[in-house]
Design a binder for this molecule. Structure first.
Ligand code: C2E
Ligand code: MG
Ligand code: MG
Length: 480
């Protein structure tokens, strides 16, 4: 019996072994199937995620430029088949950079998210709202019946942005410049439709219109902005920039107390370009430093020439925020003053409130250095920025310039008049003199005189003049 059992053992073990291994194999197989399925699911989720990330903006979770282009192409194909009209709206927040610089990127991002949420409430289900990048949003309207449909949605957008945004306890009024293009009127393909909506938006921004629908006349606003950037570098080297000078008049004595140098670009194709058209460009391309040096050098060179010819005039130069924070600025200016043998008091630097808010400590340090050297500081476009009064008190400035937007409407708009009056009183209390810019009429000048404004500047006296035109204007003013 024992022998028989021993003989049978290998078979029993073999049988048991096979049985166990087949169970293990089965279990393993089932595990592999399970895991494969899980892997497949995970891959599908990941693929969807990648697809979503590639077509959506991570901050607002709105469709991005890629998805917009895709949907625009579909919409255009559909519109061609069914003879529909479609439209693309591009919207860019005004002065977003300033807010971003002042309150930091974190708050800039928070603002963009809030804007996105408000815009989402405005668009119809069939429309696509997307973030094109930065502070730029797009709205695709795949079917519109008339131009009026665009106006309706734009009104809704403007209304949605109307109530102020709250960030860091600050109440911010946010406006946007909005441009629209229409298919098929303004282009037959998606690239042209996008480009023309962009041009319309840019025109709306430049002309402070709030909103504009593309017209061919606007093409001057897209003088291939990219080419321009390259050309600006060359223009500075080739002296294709020119300075115009606008007189500042003492309201009581009527004497000319100085001129403000304003730069223009004499462009071969586009004619005389205004600073608003290329200073932002210079800022973006890192050319501002060179441009500022060019302006300072040529302003002082011209001033020295006038001084030699008996016109002992003071000059003001506009200094953008990034130039002010350039640690070499004080030495550059004193070097130039010395080489043209001009007294330090000859030059005033016009800075804006933004310069101070961006990096208050550094700005204050530079300003104190400049003031110590005897260089005068003026606060330009006063009232349009976000600076606090406590900075104003500490600033070594000798002059405040009230922004022309308040001055020009002060007779019709009571709140502008109140701002002008309050600014004059405040500046005087701080021992500063006040310049009103944008004085176009005698009535405004009279009102400013009643309010004790010190200096006036504007078309009533003279538009900015070329360096050749200034001396004759000056002598005729003096003899009048
Ligand atoms: P800003 O310094 O406030 O200069 C005043 C602007 O108002 C000038 O425009 C001037 O031509 C315009 N203006 C003067 N009087 C009147 C008036 O009575 N009515 C109206 N409607 N406008 C008047 P412009 O020359 O186009 O300059 C625009 C801005 O560009 C300047 O504003 C200044 O911020 C900036 N800018 C000009 N030149 C330079 C520069 O060399 N460097 C820098 N960084 N910025 C400059
Ligand atoms: Mg100025
Ligand atoms: Mg100004």
């Amino acid at each position: 019996m024992t022998l028989w059992v021993l003989d049978a053992m290998p078979f029993i073990f073999a049988f048991w072994g096979q049985y166990v291994s087949s169970i293990i194999a089965y279990e393993a197989g089932a595990m592999v199937i399970d895991q494969t399925q899980e892997l497949r699911q995970q891959t599908a989720v990941l693929e969807n995620q990648v697809m979503h990330d590639a077509t959506h903006d991570s901050l607002t979770n709105l469709p991005n430029r890629v998805l917009l282009r895709d949907r625009l192409e579909q919409a255009l194909n559909h519109a061609i088949r069914h003879k529909y009209t479609a439209s693309l709206i591009i919207l860019d927040l005004d002065r977003f950079k300033e807010i971003n610089d002042t309150l930091g990127h974190y708050n800039g991002d928070r603002l963009l998210k809030q804007v996105a949420v408000r815009l989402e409430g405005v668009v119809r289900e069939s429309d696509t709202l997307c973030r094109l990048g930065g502070d730029e949003f797009g709205i695709l309207l795949p079917i519109i019946s008339k131009k009026k449909d665009i106006q309706t949605i734009i009104k809704k957008v403007q209304k949605a942005l109307e109530s102020p945004f709250i960030l860091e306890g600050l109440t911010l009024d946010i406006q946007a410049s909005i441009g629209a293009s229409i298919f098929p009127d303004h282009g037959k393909d998606s690239d042209t439709i996008i480009q023309r909506a962009d041009v319309a938006m840019y025109a709306a921004k430049q002309d402070k219109l709030g909103f504009a629908i593309y017209t061919t006349k606007m093409d001057k606003y897209s003088p291939q902005r990219l080419t321009l950037m390259g050309e600006l570098r060359q223009a500075i080297i080739n002296n294709d920039l020119v300075l115009h000078f606008q007189p500042k008049i003492n309201i009581k004595t009527k004497s000319v107390c100085g001129v403000e140098a304003l730069v223009r670009w004499n462009h071969e194709e586009h004619g005389l370009m205004m600073p608003d058209e290329f200073i932002p460009l210079a800022e973006r391309t890192g050319l501002l430093r060179q441009l500022s040096r060019w302006v300072l050098k040529h302003t002082l060179e011209q001033t020295a020439a006038w001084h030699e010819n008996g016109i002992a005039i003071e000059v003001a130069v506009n200094i953008s925020p990034s130039t002010l924070l350039d640690p070499e600025l004080p030495d550059t200016i004193t070097g130039l003053l010395a080489s043209y043998k001009l007294p330090r008091g000859t030059i005033t630097l016009e800075i804006t409130e933004t310069s101070i808010v961006k990096d208050p400590d550094l700005a204050m340090e530079v300003l104190l250095r400049l003031a110590d050297m005897g260089i005068k500081i003026s606060i330009d476009d006063f009232g349009t920025g976000y600076s606090s009064l406590s900075y104003l008190k500490k600033m070594p400035a000798s002059e405040v310039k009230i922004d022309k937007s308040f001055v020009m409407d002060m007779l019709e708009n009571e709140s502008d008049a109140v701002i002008v009056k309050a600014t004059i009183d405040l500046a005087h209390n701080l021992g500063m003199r006040v310049v009103a810019e944008g004085v176009e009429t005698q009535e405004v000048k009279n009102r400013l005189e009643e309010l004790n404004c010190d200096i006036v500047q504007g078309y009533l006296y003279s538009k900015p003049l070329t360096s050749q035109d200034f001396p004759p204007w000056f002598s005729s003013w003096q003899s009048s």
